[in-house]
Design a protein around this ligand. Structure first.
Ligand code: FES
Length: 103
Protein backbone atom coordinates (compact mmCIF):
# COMPACT_ATOMS: atom_id res chain seq x y z
CA UNK A 1 0.00 0.00 0.00
CA UNK A 2 1.10 3.58 -0.56
CA UNK A 3 3.62 2.22 -3.01
CA UNK A 4 6.20 0.99 -0.51
CA UNK A 5 8.61 -1.28 -2.36
CA UNK A 6 10.77 -3.92 -0.71
CA UNK A 7 14.26 -3.20 -2.08
CA UNK A 8 16.91 -4.80 0.09
CA UNK A 9 17.81 -7.05 3.00
CA UNK A 10 18.96 -4.54 5.62
CA UNK A 11 21.90 -6.84 6.38
CA UNK A 12 23.10 -6.44 2.78
CA UNK A 13 24.31 -2.91 3.40
CA UNK A 14 27.33 -2.45 5.68
CA UNK A 15 27.46 0.45 8.13
CA UNK A 16 28.20 3.83 6.58
CA UNK A 17 28.00 2.47 3.07
CA UNK A 18 26.02 3.02 -0.10
CA UNK A 19 24.67 0.58 -2.64
CA UNK A 20 22.99 1.00 -6.00
CA UNK A 21 19.74 -0.85 -6.63
CA UNK A 22 17.32 -0.95 -9.52
CA UNK A 23 13.76 -0.34 -8.36
CA UNK A 24 10.98 -0.46 -10.92
CA UNK A 25 13.35 0.64 -13.66
CA UNK A 26 14.93 3.45 -11.63
CA UNK A 27 18.53 3.56 -10.50
CA UNK A 28 18.42 4.32 -6.76
CA UNK A 29 21.18 4.76 -4.19
CA UNK A 30 20.49 3.38 -0.70
CA UNK A 31 22.63 4.71 2.15
CA UNK A 32 23.28 3.51 5.67
CA UNK A 33 24.38 6.18 8.13
CA UNK A 34 24.60 5.53 11.88
CA UNK A 35 21.88 2.90 11.82
CA UNK A 36 19.52 4.88 9.61
CA UNK A 37 18.74 4.33 5.95
CA UNK A 38 18.24 6.93 3.24
CA UNK A 39 17.61 6.84 -0.50
CA UNK A 40 18.15 9.16 -3.45
CA UNK A 41 18.29 8.85 -7.20
CA UNK A 42 21.62 7.28 -8.05
CA UNK A 43 22.56 9.28 -11.16
CA UNK A 44 24.13 12.63 -10.33
CA UNK A 45 22.18 15.75 -11.36
CA UNK A 46 25.36 17.18 -12.91
CA UNK A 47 26.54 14.41 -15.22
CA UNK A 48 26.34 10.72 -15.84
CA UNK A 49 27.95 9.34 -12.71
CA UNK A 50 26.54 6.90 -10.20
CA UNK A 51 26.59 8.19 -6.64
CA UNK A 52 26.92 4.64 -5.30
CA UNK A 53 30.46 4.72 -6.74
CA UNK A 54 31.19 7.85 -4.71
CA UNK A 55 32.41 8.51 -1.22
CA UNK A 56 30.02 8.62 1.75
CA UNK A 57 31.00 10.59 4.82
CA UNK A 58 29.07 12.39 7.57
CA UNK A 59 25.75 12.01 5.81
CA UNK A 60 27.07 13.43 2.55
CA UNK A 61 27.70 11.58 -0.69
CA UNK A 62 30.49 12.84 -2.91
CA UNK A 63 30.06 12.24 -6.61
CA UNK A 64 32.96 10.24 -8.07
CA UNK A 65 33.17 12.37 -11.22
CA UNK A 66 33.56 16.01 -10.12
CA UNK A 67 33.26 15.71 -6.35
CA UNK A 68 29.91 17.46 -6.00
CA UNK A 69 28.30 16.62 -2.66
CA UNK A 70 24.67 15.96 -1.73
CA UNK A 71 23.02 15.67 1.67
CA UNK A 72 21.74 12.07 1.69
CA UNK A 73 18.83 12.95 3.99
CA UNK A 74 17.32 15.66 1.82
CA UNK A 75 19.05 15.34 -1.55
CA UNK A 76 20.18 18.95 -1.26
CA UNK A 77 23.13 19.91 -3.46
CA UNK A 78 25.84 21.23 -1.14
CA UNK A 79 28.60 22.56 -3.36
CA UNK A 80 29.83 23.29 -6.86
CA UNK A 81 29.65 22.15 -9.56
CA UNK A 82 26.16 21.00 -8.58
CA UNK A 83 23.28 23.33 -9.35
CA UNK A 84 20.38 20.93 -8.87
CA UNK A 85 19.28 18.94 -5.84
CA UNK A 86 18.79 15.22 -6.23
CA UNK A 87 15.50 13.51 -5.55
CA UNK A 88 15.30 11.73 -2.22
CA UNK A 89 12.82 9.05 -1.19
CA UNK A 90 11.23 8.03 2.12
CA UNK A 91 12.75 4.86 3.55
CA UNK A 92 11.67 2.52 6.33
CA UNK A 93 13.04 -0.69 7.77
CA UNK A 94 10.61 -3.45 8.67
CA UNK A 95 11.27 -7.08 9.47
CA UNK A 96 14.87 -6.83 8.37
CA UNK A 97 13.99 -5.38 4.99
CA UNK A 98 14.56 -1.90 3.61
CA UNK A 99 11.46 -0.38 2.00
CA UNK A 100 11.33 2.59 -0.30
CA UNK A 101 8.38 4.82 -1.13
CA UNK A 102 8.61 5.74 -4.78
CA UNK A 103 5.71 8.22 -5.06
FE1 FES B 1 28.46 14.47 -10.34
FE2 FES B 1 29.72 16.16 -12.02
S1 FES B 1 28.73 14.30 -12.49
S2 FES B 1 29.50 16.32 -9.87
Amino acid sequence: DNNWVDVLDSGALPEDDVIGVEVQGRDIAIYECEGEYFATDNICTHGHARLCDGFLEDGEIECPLHQGRFDIRTGKALCEPLTEDIRSYPVKVEQGRVWLQLE
